[in-house]
Write a protein that binds this ligand. Structure first.
Ligand code: NAD
Length: 519
């Protein structure tokens, strides 16, 4: 019997010993930079001459590692290896599968700062954000292991029907194509891989091009635990080539994707196309973007609201699907809140996160992101008033830095208020009253997270019913979901309505088999 699930504690970086330990981990990872990493197919390392670099976005000259560009043929081999491994892995007892996952969790916990340090260097996360990312990864493993043990044999949920002996078992689906984004480069891949494996599936896993090292280190935890070869295959390379073939391959039984709406919707269409030799309808679990809003009414604690808006908008440079990129403030308090938000955002410390724990705002992920964000800033200048920022920042190391940027008096239907920018850009929208604010909040095609700051309990009650998002937060920021506490996932164009870190999640990677034997 496992002890009850508890969330992993976060590191307190005001304690000098924790800072020293984290610095040691950063030094360790720095000493390993620039290595070349293989694909891992059926337990075998496959090195390629054709590689791409993963770089530190704070100092793009610093190569974190070189990773292989896999081809469609590598995908074919990986799917075959995964299918072969599935033949036996599917029958491994759930307790044993859970032990693999729990051992990976224990080892990740022991080397926690190492994982976080990789993220500081590979994607420019602040220490605090990286630490939370690793903690969430550990939580996913601990949580899903417990959930699967409880779910696997659900026979006791059936009504008795003597003289029949009944059973209801949740069995795996098959080979999963696992395609995560780069922005939670430890937590999301770990949750996606851990859930697939503990449910008895095998996996072909392709991390995002921007964050392959942290993903490789996560896989190592499983491989070093002697996970049977082929159960977890690791591929790197261009999303359209490698991910595209993973989705298309007739041997793929399900796709677990987290990323942009553009790619997610294309995968949805592709997964629906039957391929020669395919015996099933592929299941596509797609978690996509957001245009999340923080609503503030005239009764709210305005200081708490302003702090919540800034934390939601600028945490990890706004590169979270849950980022509160719209603040919808009722007219009566709009000017006060807007002023305070600008003041607070102006105080955020920008810098290279590998310089220390005091950095609030690091770089954005890559030159494409810089270009996209600056293009939206140009649009924002037409659509609203520029209140703060709006420019790229030149820093030592030539990293991809952009000022925290705030636009005021943006119409709710403006492009910068409707489209996901995925960077440090906040739009402030003036609402006539609370009704208007809720209508604006619901006016996008997304439905991921949202927050309401109000002291009026009737209004909070209305938000519970009318604010149509998968994760609604009342009187707190709209980022920072905890595993087992805030099951996470959105509605509408934010995804296929799944809830990571929640009690229903593993149903997505299993199918129920009901057996009745007449005695
Ligand atoms: P992306 O869509 O560009 O890439 C996601 C993954 O898809 C990557 O691994 C990429 O290599 C792969 N890919 C790209 N083209 C592909 C193709 N044609 N076929 C198959 N795979 C392909 O997204 P990103 O930039 O990595 O991540 C940012 C996006 O992720 C944002 O939109 C963000 O909101 C979203 N996101 C959503 C959640 C959520 O839980 N809803 C969580 C985190 C991020």
């Amino acid at each position: 019997m496992l002890p009850a699930f508890r969330n992993e504690a976060l590191t307190d970086f005001t304690v000098p010993a924790h800072v020293a330990a984290f610095q040691t981990a950063l030094d360790l990872i720095r000493s390993e930079l620039g290595k070349t990493y293989p694909l891992v197919i059926g337990g075998e390392a496959v090195y390629r001459d054709d590689v791409f670099p993963s770089v530190n976005p704070s100092r793009p000259d610093e190569v974190v590692g070189y990773f292989a560009n896999a081809t469609a043929d590598h995908v074919n081999r990986a799917v075959e290896a995964a299918a072969e491994a599935f033949r036996t892995w599917q029958y491994v007892d759930v307790d044993e599968r859970a032990r693999y996952v729990l051992r990976a969790a224990a080892e990740m916990r022991r080397r926690k700062h190492e994982f976080s340090a990789v993220m500081v260097l590979e994607v420019g996360k602040s220490w605090v954000e990286a630490d939370a990312d690793t903690a969430e990864a550990i939580d996913f493993l601990e949580y899903y292991a417990r959930q699967m043990v409880a779910l696997a044999d659900s026979s006791d949920r059936l009504a008795p029907n003597p003289p029949e002996q009944l059973s209801l078992r949740y069995i795996p689906l098959g080979v999963g194509a696992i395609i995560p984004p780069w922005n939670f480069p430890c937590a999301i891949p770990t949750g996606m891989v851990g859930s697939a494996l503990v449910a008895g599936n095998s996996a072909v896993f392709k991390p995002a091009e921007q964050s392959p090292l942290v993903a490789y280190k996560m896989c190592q935890l499983f491989w070093e635990n002697r996970l049977p070869p082929g159960v977890l295959n690791y591929l790197t390379g261009p999303g359209d080539v490698v991910g595209g073939r993973m989705v298309e391959h007739p041997g793929t039984r399900f796709i677990n994707f987290t990323g942009s709406r553009e790619v997610g919707t294309a995968i949805y269409a592709q997964a629906a196309q039957m391929q020669p030799g395919q015996k099933w309808l592929k299941r596509a679990i797609l978690e996509m973007g957001g245009k999340d809003a923080v609503v503030v009414d005239e009764t709210a604690d305005l200081e708490a609201a302003a702090q919540g808006i800034v934390a939601s908008a600028f945490g990890f440079q706004g590169q979270k699907c849950s980022a509160g990129s719209r603040a919808i403030i009722v007219d009566e308090v709009y000017d006060t809140v807007a002023q305070r938000v600008v003041d607070l955002a102006n105080r955020l410390q920008m810098g290279a996160p590998d310089d220390g724990p005091g950095v609030d705002l690091g770089p954005v992920i890559d030159p494409d992101a810089v270009q996209k964000i600056l293009a939206y800033i140009d649009i924002g200048k037409q659509e609203g008033e520029l209140l703060l920022g709006g420019e790229p920042v030149q820093m030592a190391g030539d990293g991809y830095f952009i000022q925290p940027t705030i636009f005021g008096n943006v119409p709710g239907d403006a492009r910068v208020a409707q489209e996901e920018i995925f960077g440090p850009v906040l739009t402030l929208i003036r609402a006539r009253d609370y009704d208007d604010a809720l209508a604006i909040a619901n006016s996008t095609e997304y439905g991921l997270t949202g927050a309401v700051f109000s002291r009026d309990t009737a209004r909070l009650e209305r938000a519970r019913h009318e604010f149509h998002v998968g994760n609604l937060y009342l009187n707190r920021k709209c980022t920072g979901a905890l595993v087992g506490v805030h099951p996470f996932g959105g509605f509408n164009m934010s995804g296929t309505d799944s809830k990571a870190g929640g009690p229903d999640y593993l149903l997505l990677f299993t199918q129920a088999k009901s057996v009745a034997e007449r005695l």
